[in-house]
Write a protein of this length. Structure first.
Length: 337
């Protein structure tokens, strides 16, 4: 059986940036078979489900997904569930990788080269919420388990080793949250001890936030519970030059889900002006970390770097001289070498 990639454009600019990434894929890895599937708000309006069973099955069968973005209504709609959340749960992608590397654009900070690895299945995001005291008290349960911490920690150290990274910083607030973050810290340190070639250190989340602002170049890889990783990776993305440049990859055991950090950007959809870089770099992450296609991944990353360094860019980076999505993608393609 060949290598299959389930491609879901979704809504809004997903329909522009994902075809751009697929255009690049056809050049660097023509052996990958693209399987197109549907999800999102538009799909919900037409089929009554934002993530049809057929799409879920294709995603599971392929084991690798490139997802654009899905629109969410700003009001509750009966039967509508955000497709990406269901997809992540179904695929059990428990480690979310969000790298920030310096790219040659005026909005980025030089010297930053870090990866936030965020536990993706538990913590305060498990949805155990309720009220007490006649609605005057809101309670959200924070759950940390040994099993989930162990698997995300192991994945982090394996990635560190494979990527030639030298340090993992474990982020927590174990000084206050003794039972939950205390367990995360303990288990992560235990796992880290089995990787003596990688330096392990730890920081309280507030101190990590301070250093993320003051000197992000001190970080190599960060291993965090769900909530802290959500916040710290957005802070890191600001150093990367903006949403149009921020890629992500969620990994499970033998499955991967690549998606740009940004949403479907309805304000600029359909105008051929969206920046496809985040989607293109998400694809590179998938090629590297899921399929081990390092050469193809480096080819893409270098082409993006060369294109931006030569001053070619979309309007979100710099309005003057901005290229359309298609023209920028063609430039990246030309630079693939
Ligand atoms: P959603 O509800 O899907 O998250 P949103 O518009 O609230 O959509 P984003 O899609 O993340 O959130 O967009 C936030 C802002 O960043 C918007 O002004 C959008 O135009 C801009 N933006 C996001 N992604 C890109 C991109 N790839 N290229 C250019 N601008 C972008």
């Amino acid at each position: 059986m060949g290598v299959n990639l389930c491609v879901i454009e979704g809504d809004g600019i997903g329909r522009e940036i994902i075809p751009a990434a697929v255009q690049i894929l056809h050049v660097v890895a023509p052996q990958v078979n693209v399987v197109v599937a549907e999800a999102g708000w538009d799909t919900f309006e037409r089929q009554g489900s934002a993530l049809p069973d057929e799409t879920m099955q294709l995603a599971v069968d392929c084991g690798a997904v490139l997802f654009g973005a899905a629109a969410s209504p700003s009001y509750p709609v009966d039967g509508y569930a955000v497709p990406i959340v269901r997809l992540r749960r179904q695929l059990q992608t428990y480690a979310s990788l969000r790298p920030t590397n310096y790219l040659p654009v005026p909005t980025a900070r030089d010297g930053v080269d870090l990866i936030v690895v965020r536990e993706n299945t538990e913590d305060l995001y498990i949805g155990h919420e309720y009220t007490a005291d006649n609605g005057h008290t809101g309670i959200s349960e924070k759950v940390i388990t040994r099993r989930a911490t162990e698997r995300v920690a192991r994945k982090t150290y394996e990635l560190a080793r494979a990527a030639g990274r030298h340090k993992v910083t474990i982020v927590h607030k174990a000084s206050v949250l003794l039972q939950s973050d205390g367990l995360f810290r303990k288990v992560a340190l235990e796992v880290g001890a089995a990787y003596p070639d990688i330096l392990t250190d730890e920081l309280l989340v507030d101190t990590a936030a301070y250093w993320m602002v003051k000197d992000p170049s001190r970080f190599d890889m960060l291993l965090t519970p769900n909530l802290y990783g959500d916040i710290l990776s957005d802070m890191a993305a600001a150093w990367g030059g903006g949403l149009g440049l921020a890629p992500s990859l969620s990994l499970g055991d033998g499955v991967a889900l690549a998606e740009p950090v940004h949403g479907c950007a309805p304000d600029i959809a359909g105008q051929n002006i969206a920046n496809p870089t985040a989607a293109i770099l998400s694809l590179a992450l998938l090629l590297r970390h899921h399929w081990g296609m390092h050469e193809a991944a480096s080819q893409i990353e270098n082409a993006v770097r060369v294109t931006l360094a030569a001053g070619f860019h979309t309007a979100d980076i710099h309005f003057d001289g901005a290229l359309s999505t298609q023209a920028y993608t063609d430039r990246v393609c030309m630079n693939l070498g």
